[in-house]
Structures are given as C-alpha cells and as structure tokens.
Design a protein around this ligand. Structure first.
Ligand SMILES: O=C(O)CCC(=O)C(=O)O
Length: 236
C-alpha cells in the first residue's frame, strides 16, 4: 500500500465537520482483492447473502486489511496510535436490495456479553450480534472508516452528513427533523478506493440507489476506549 501523507487541514476539517474523505486511499488492485474475498465469503455463507453483514473482522483477510499500513496510518492520524478495529459491517445496495436510511447518529457498539452497567443501555441484537448503547464519552472515542469498493455518486445512495452535528452529543430523536430543516446537508460522493472517515455521532442518512450497480462499502470502526465492568468489544 502507498504511504499517505495528510494535509493538516484535512485533520482540522475532520474535527470540525465530523467527516473527511481520503481520495484514492486504497489502490485499485487491493480493492479488487477485498471485493473478491467478500464476494466469495458471501457465496459460501448463506447467512451473509443479505445486503449487509457483520463480524468480518473475524476473517483473516479483513483483519489484515484493517491492520494494514495505510489504514493504521489513517487511524493514527485521525484518532490515535492505540486504536484497534472494534466493529465491522459490510453494506451493498443493489437494484434487488435497496434501501434508504433515515437521519440518525450511530449509537451502538458490539459487545461480547451482556454485563449490566450504569450508563450502558438499551441492549439490542443486530443480525445476531449483541449491541449496547454506551455513554457519549465512549462514542466520542470512535472513528468509522467507510472503504468504498464501488463508485458512489449521489445517485448510488451516497451518504449525507450534517456538518459539525457530532458536536451536539446525543441528540434527542425528536429534535432531528428540526435540525435537518435548519441545516444544509452535504452529499458525500466517493470513488472506488476512497475512504470516508466519520464520527459516529454525526447526523447521517442515505437515499436509495437509482443506479443499476452495486454500492459496496466496508465499514470499519476503531477505538482505544477501555470498556468498564468486564464489558468487551466483540470483534477486537
Ligand atoms: O451506508 C449507508 O447508506 C448508511 C449507513 C449508515 O447509516 C450507518 O452506517 O449507520
């Protein structure tokens, strides 16, 4: 992988906007390798034949990618050098499996087992994986990397952000419509090989794709936060 050098402004923009795009972060052949692995994994695992699936960090190829030099460099620059991958999700929008995502913040983390802990809850299960909503202070110590395996112009269901909304802490869902009304959301287009970095607390949404293509995104979350009371990250 190429060694990236980051414009200091990009890091400052990330802090103030809650997201940033690293263009051409992953070379084409490496994207092909990732895509080939994911497609064969999808074929082999009937349970993974859906539009989104989780726990890919348990697969050697994805784990190696998540710890690769370029990815580590991004994580060190935009978070810190001790951060490790803690959650993975793969999304694909196609004409056969297409959806929109309403405005929300990412509020849950995947944990190994339920240990009732003050400040942690509600608990939920997403596609068989136990999740809990931690305090905002934990969510503020996470960054998400969205690695784009396909071009994602606006018509391909690109993610949208409200600039700076990650600074509002946990937003009452009843306040979200007014916040959206008062803001100018940004549609964050991406090319194959680009990485969008985002804060979980930024307000984001996406539309259905209107293109006849795939829109594959590998979403990796990193953190160095220590969970209390015997709680542990499922995928770390
Ligand atoms: O990939 C998308 O379209 C949206 C994903 C999303 O909302 C999320 O990761 O929370």
């Amino acid at each position: 992988m190429a060694v990236l050098s980051f414009d200091k402004n990009l890091v400052a923009d990330f802090e103030s906007n809650g997201f940033a795009v690293i263009r051409k972060a992953v070379p084409d052949e490496e994207i092909s390798e990732l895509a080939n692995f994911i497609e064969s994994y999808r074929e082999e695992n009937q349970s993974a034949l859906s539009a989104g699936f989780r726990n890919l960090l348990k697969q050697k190829q994805i784990r190696e990618f998540a710890y690769s030099k370029t990815i580590r460099e991004i994580v060190t620059t935009f978070l810190n050098e001790n951060a490790i991958p803690v959650r993975s999700i793969f999304f694909d929008k196609t004409p056969a499996s297409n959806w929109y995502v309403t405005w929300h913040q990412d509020l849950s983390i995947a944990v190994e087992k339920q240990v009732d802990t003050p400040g942690y809850g509600p608990w939920s299960t997403k596609e068989g994986t136990l999740h809990v909503q931690p305090p905002a202070a934990i969510l503020e110590q996470i960054i998400s990397l969205r690695i784009h395996l396909d071009a994602c112009p606006s018509e391909n269901g690109a993610i949208k952000f409200v600039f700076g909304s990650h600074k509002n802490g946990l937003i009452d869902p009843r306040d979200i419509p007014n916040l959206i009304e008062a803001s100018e959301p940004y549609t964050c287009e991406a090319e194959r090989g680009d990485i969008i970095i985002m804060r979980p607390l930024i307000l984001h949404s996406s539309s259905k794709s209107t293109m006849p293509d795939h829109r594959r995104v590998l979403h990796l979350e990193y953190s160095s936060a220590k969970l209390p009371n015997g709680l542990s990250w499922t995928e770390a």
